[in-house]
Ligand binder design. Structure first.
Ligand SMILES: NC(=O)c1ccc[n+]([C@@H]2O[C@H](COP(=O)([O-])OP(=O)(O)OC[C@H]3O[C@@H](n4cnc5c(N)ncnc54)[C@H](O)[C@@H]3O)[C@@H](O)[C@H]2O)c1
Ligand SMILES: [Zn+2]
Length: 342
């Protein structure tokens, strides 16, 4: 089993927090939370540490909020021996981690992920950062947290739509890395699921990839399956009215990118149809704009160098390779397929 060494599973987050603060012996610590995690998650930590509260949402993942966090740490007199506890989803984890990693050249931080997405994805792999000038995660660093505490109790208050969004990454882990895991997760009933049965395996699959390529020079790019088109779609819907959550956009991206792989005759027709069926059973598949409208978002992606569009594409269910150059004509054909099946 390959778990990151900083990872802890816990069914008693208050006790785990106590153990970890004893272990790290900071001169002081504070908790970073948003209004939702303040209300729903903070009580489970049973702490009277100072709270740095920010507003929830991706729009808040900015240098201004980061500046506010640095101000608060300064006001509290945080030293290099102090500790920041990030209590929240991927926004809190990425931004709180970045604020801690840069404050006085880096202080310790612990993530308590409270969304499914942050438990299986954002808290693993050491990517920290903020959005900048409308570009996602444009400013950031690689640094692993000193601890990540995964406690599925937090999910009890997470809105169903957020659960489903995080679930897309779980489906992705099966598709890119493990057919047997895909066979399990494709049947999951989101309303009754005991998450403890799947979260560890998802973390393990992501960690296997990250450990082999921590700075994303190669293999790690397979984690972008569904994300090249998914991000462009996410950006497009952000600019129009109906907003899509990250995982909802990635689910659409996975259908489209499965078709790209089918066009190369890697994925078999029955595999494409199965992936499509599973995605359709969990997610709404809204009508998409033209490829022209998605183009700008596509070329903005950090992973696309020298004007070429590079994708991570499946060879089969459970195996994925990366740096596949795809042209706009192939993308157009994938969008046509999507509109036929949705
Ligand atoms: N670092 C990485 O490798 C990595 C990977 C994937 C995603 N991300 C980042 O993660 C972010 C998305 O994370 P997210 O989906 O967790 O979004 P999020 O942090 O915005 O949380 C979603 C919403 O759920 C609320 N919430 C959180 N926990 C709750 C709980 N237990 N009960 C009730 N409400 C709760 C939050 O307040 C927020 O409104 C993006 O910024 C993305 O870039 C990072
Ligand atoms: Zn993602």
């Amino acid at each position: 089993v390959v778990f990151p060494e900083y990872l802890h599973f816990s069914d008693n987050p208050a006790e785990t927090l106590q153990e970890l603060t004893q272990k790290f012996a900071p001169d002081q610590y504070a908790v970073l939370a948003d209004e939702h995690t303040m209300e729903f998650c903070l009580p489970l930590l049973k702490t009277d540490a100072p709270i740095i509260q920010i507003k929830s949402g991706e729009e808040e993942k900015t240098i201004d909020t980061c500046s506010h966090i640095w101000s608060e740490l300064t006001r509290l007199g945080f030293s290099r021996k102090s500790l920041l506890i990030n209590l929240g989803g991927g926004v809190i984890g990425d931004m709180g981690g970045f604020a801690a990693a840069t404050y006085k050249r880096g202080i310790r931080f612990i993530n308590f992920p409270t969304t499914l997405l942050s438990m299986v994805d954002a808290s693993i792999g050491g990517k920290l950062g903020i959005d900048f000038h409308g570009l996602k995660n444009h400013i950031g660093v690689f640094r692993e947290p000193d601890a990540v505490v995964v406690c599925s109790q937090f999910l009890k208050t997470l809105p169903e739509r957020q659960v489903k969004s995080g679930f897309a990454e779980i489906l992705k882990h099966g598709l890119i890395k493990s057919r047997s895991y895909w066979e399990v997760v494709k049947h999951i009933d989101l309303s009754t699921q005991k998450w403890d049965a799947v979260i560890p395996r998802s973390i393990e699959l992501k960690q296997e990839v990250v450990a082999a390529d921590p700075l994303e020079s190669g293999l790690r790019k397979i984690l972008n399956f569904g994300h090249t088109l998914g991000h462009a779609i996410e950006t497009h819907f952000l600019e129009t009215d109906g907003q899509l959550l990250h995982g909802e956009a990635i689910a659409i991206g996975m259908v489209l990118e499965a078709h790209l792989s089918f066009q190369r005759k890697w994925l078999k027709q029955e595999e494409l149809e199965e992936i499509t069926r599973v995605m359709r059973s969990y997610y709404d598949l809204p009508a998409l704009p033209s490829v022209e409208a998605l183009k700008e978002g596509l070329f903005q992606d950090k992973k696309n160098e020298d004007g070429k569009l590079k994708f991570a594409l499946l060879n089969t269910i459970g195996k994925c390779h990366y740096d596949v150059v795809v042209d706009l004509e192939e993308i157009r054909r994938a969008v046509v397929y999507y509109h036929e099946i949705r």
